[in-house]
Design a protein around this ligand. Structure first.
Ligand code: ADP
Ligand code: MG
Length: 702
């Protein structure tokens, strides 16, 4: 039986919306139904009991509320770049309110000499404060319910505002909505959970998140909604994992045959580390079980993940299956291809490279060979998930640097076969545990926590520009010992020209300090042709040059054990994970390696913390945790497209404890009731179904 749920009503039918507004709500905020709007939460609340005086404004950090009159309104600037400036006055002074957008609309809204309440964030400009794009409202029009001192503040956009849907406008809609749907809000958690955690019931929580009675109630309902959000994400991931284990058959690879044995006995030039042995065992257990493997392999730069992946692929081949390895960039794919073909030389394995720039003729041939099954290992980029790439019997997919691939992309590979291939995801940038729990909660995890033997921990130090001579002196000493050094300059897309100039200037001063014939300096950067790059790299690899001046093109893959010094110029301009990757280019041989971070005298707090962290630790996990803290999860590579991290209210860092608690509770519930069939779990089961219907990313995993 299907009952009509008022919350599923299309948003255009809400009083005050209509087709035009519905269109922007859908486009800008993904609000299609009543329920979507109900779940569009304020991101801040204005405490209407607090007012600032204009001459008390001292900093541009906090939002403030002032009340007073507009004494003049002016349009300034040229027609194409005009701005609206209103001079605003209270009994202590004046301040300018400034609009750069929506000038026409605002100018009609403002009236001189009328009393207004203004809310915004002051900015320091030209020696005084102004308030750009404030929220403004005539006192005469203010409808403040005395029971509600906290007024909701909804995020809005220029397009929404042009349809009258600024925070105020949205607030009017949520008010109408709540009055209408109050009684239709269903509980999503079980009585057991509500009682155990003393959580506010859902209807009350939703009413109060939009219109909180007071701060205390707000805090309490926020906690309930944060818990709910994180709990259901975890429950969904864990349930998918259960489903996979129960239902999704996998290819069974019982045999270890000639390919792996020959490689292991005749090609492998060293012993595996204990960590590598353990992980190979874990993978073998998975792919021998008949259940589809979905495993994340974490391990720091240089820990030997690629080798583990290669051995896993050989097992697939031994069982008459094909394997593919997917890398996030063309350079990486090419490097993988080169090192894999080198390691497999003489074993009679047909391996090909397939990327966006593979020529049509080669493509055709690759397609045909894949289809017939005589192409055994395919290495490439995103091009591998094109619909035209069809394997005869794909048994194992290795994805390198997974965090740049979304869950949805992973899913596309699965659709290529009726029985999905085993999936091994490798990541060199360690993912903080909290994030891993959310992004990869459905995966099993293996960790290589040991570097190949003989590697010494890299010594890291920071120097200021004025210490340059000292640093050069150190480099000379190392070079005398036979070592080689990288000197890396930042490359930031927006000012490519400037960056290139930095690099050229740097190259010049380096060649002056390290003159021929005693020294030779190489240089590579992204604007060089592949041929020139290869030539310069080749000279450095052969030891003909001692110093390699480069941009971050050397960030990935390059493996030159004799290069033991990494100097990073303008280190403050690099992100933490990039610094860590760069440092990973050294420390690959048996000599002591060094990383020198050159920085400006004046550092921002973030810059200082990044450099400090690098000096303090070489532990990739610790670095990743700090990175997450400094940048927030939204900025971490690849998390945006995953969709799973579009959190409404929870904050993966601040709410780490709730996240862990929610995950454990989800595990407990599923242990007793894996299919959520118990009566007490009905609300949970219903809501999970509802979410999978509404969040396409959630269901794509299977
Ligand atoms: P990752 O992919 O984890 O960054 P790689 O697989 O590229 O690491 O390995 C880094 C380097 O260490 C390579 O030169 C590789 O040949 C070497 N290596 C891998 N495993 C071992 C081992 N057990 N002993 C010695 N060297 C190893
Ligand atoms: Mg690697």
């Amino acid at each position: 039986m299907k009952t009509v749920d008022i919350l599923d009503t299309p948003i255009e039918y809400l009083k005050g919306v209509g087709p035009k507004r519905a269109e922007v709500l859908k486009k800008e905020l993904n609000i299609f139904t009543f329920d979507h709007l109900l779940n569009y939460f304020p991101f801040r609340y204005i405490d209407r009991s607090k007012f600032y005086k204009i001459n008390d404004i001292q900093s541009d950090v906090a939002y403030i509320q002032i009340t007073g009159k507009i004494i003049s309104i002016q349009k300034l600037g040229k027609p194409r770049s005009e701005r609206l400036v209103a001079l605003f006055q209270d009994n202590t002074g004046t301040i300018e309110l400034v609009w750069f957008k929506g000038v026409k609309w605002m100018i009609n809204k403002l009236t001189a000499n009328e009393e207004y309440v203004v809310f915004g964030k002051p900015a320091w400009f030209n020696g005084k404060y102004n308030i750009p794009h404030p929220e403004i409202e005539a006192v005469s029009e203010q409808k403040i319910d005395l029971g509600e001192k906290l007024q909701p503040f909804y995020p809005s956009t220029e397009k929404l505002k042009s349809r009258g849907l600024d925070s105020k406008g949205i607030s009017k809609l949520t008010r109408t909505l709540i009055a209408q749907v109050k009684d239709a809000i269903k509980e999503t958690l079980s009585d057991q959970i509500l009682n155990k955690l003393k959580l506010t019931p859902r209807d009350e929580a939703l009413l109060n998140i939009h219109y909180p009675k007071d701060q205390k109630i707000l805090d309490k309902v926020r906690a309930r909604l944060i818990f709910e959000e994180l709990f259901f994400i975890q429950l969904n991931l864990l349930k998918l994992k259960l489903l996979r284990i129960e239902k999704i058959r996998g290819h069974k690879f019982p045999v270890v045959g000639d390919y792996l044995n020959n490689f292991f006995h005749h090609k492998l030039p060293f012993e595996l580390t204990n960590a590598q042995k353990r992980v190979v065992k874990e993978i073998r257990a998975d792919i021998g079980s008949g259940i589809q493997m979905n495993r994340l392999l974490q391990g720091d730069v240089g820990s030997g993940k690629t080798l583990v992946a290669l051995m896993s692929m050989l097992i697939a081949l031994d069982n008459n299956f094909q394997a593919c390895l997917m890398a996030p960039t063309e350079i990486l794919a090419k490097q993988h291809f080169e090192s894999v073909t080198k390691m497999l030389s003489g074993l009679g394995i047909n391996t090909r490279l397939f990327t966006g720039s593979t020529k049509a003729k080669d493509r055709k041939e690759i397609h045909a060979n894949l289809n017939e099954g005589n192409l055994q290992i395919l290495i490439g980029t995103h091009a591998l998930i094109e619909d035209t790439v069809i394997f005869k019997n794909l048994g194992l997919v290795v994805i390198d640097e997974q965090h740049r691939f979304g869950v949805a992309q992973r899913a596309r590979l699965w659709k290529k076969n009726i029985i999905p291939p085993h999936v091994l995801v490798m990541t060199a940038t360690p993912i903080p545990r909290t994030l891993a729990m959310t992004l990869y909660g459905d995966l099993d995890v293996s960790v290589i926590d040991e570097l190949p033997p003989g590697r010494k921990s890299i010594k890291t130090a920071q120097y200021f520009d004025k210490d340059r001579l000292k640093v050069f002196g150190f480099l000379k000493k190392q070079i005398k010992k036979g070592r080689q050094a990288y000197i890396v300059y930042p490359l930031i897309q927006e000012s490519e020209k400037l960056d290139l100039k930095d690099l050229m200037d740097g190259y010049e001063s380096i060649t002056r300090a390290f003159p021929l014939p005693e020294y030779a300096v190489s240089m590579v950067h992204g604007k060089m042709s592949t041929k020139d790059k290869d030539y310069e790299m080749g000279r450095f690899i052969k030891g003909k040059t001692q110093i390699m001046v480069a941009t971050t093109v050397i960030e990935v893959g390059v493996d030159i054990p004799n290069a033991s010094v990494m100097v990073i110029e303008n280190a403050e301009r690099f992100g933490l994970s990039q610094l860590h990757q760069l440092r990973g280019r050294v420390g690959r041989g048996s000599d002591q390696s060094f990383c020198i971070l050159m920085a400006k005298d004046m550092l921002t707090n973030d810059g200082r913390e990044r450099i400090h962290t690098m000096v303090k630790t070489t532990d990739g996990f610790e670095i990743a945790e700090v990175d997450l803290k400094l940048r927030g999860p939204g900025d971490l590579q690849g998390t945006q497209q995953s969709g799973i991290l579009d959190l409404k209210i929870a904050d993966i860092i601040k709410d780490e404890k709730i996240l862990k608690y929610g995950r454990n509770l989800a595990i407990e519930i599923l242990k007793d009731d894996p299919h959520l069939e118990l009566k007490e779990n009905q609300p949970i089961s219903n809501h999970l179904k509802y979410l999978s219907r509404n969040k396409p990313n959630w269901s794509l995993i299977s």
